[in-house]
Design a binder for this molecule. Sequence first.
Ligand code: HEC
Length: 118
Amino acid sequence: MYKSLLITISLLLAIGCGEEKKAASGVSVASGTSLWKTSCASCHGADAKGLPELSPNLIGSEFIAKSSDEELVEYITIGRKAEDPNSVMNLEMPPKGGNPMLKENDMLSIVAYIRSLQ
Ligand code: HEC
């Protein structure tokens, strides 16, 4: 009796945790697409091909190809100063593209969108 109760409780916990994880993840290319338009496209262009003298082309970017999703989220969170030795244009990439409202999941969605364009 106690044993089956325990099993039921742990099953419920497992199901509960699984759902929580799913709800918290909320990462999708679709939401990345709209977040890209509002937070990133002004500099990088709707197609992420960059704008002359404003931002680099992200399509075919070696930096993106070799970075994990987590590394890219970290990069977007911090941005890159113009004087950074890794700077590709000697221009500043503002933290979160200048949108402090972006959460980690939002940035993961944006990364999924960028990867879908490569
Ligand atoms: C104000 C303009 C601006 C906005 C807005 C902006 N960026 Fe950038 N971004 C830049 C510039 C400029 C660079 C290049 C920095 C340098 O010289 O290395 C850059 C570089 C990058 C890179 C690195 C590219 C590489 O090959 O090294 C990524 C990735 C990136 N941006 C993603 C984003 C994302 C995602 C957003 C939206 C959340 C965003 N950017 C918003 C200007 C912007």
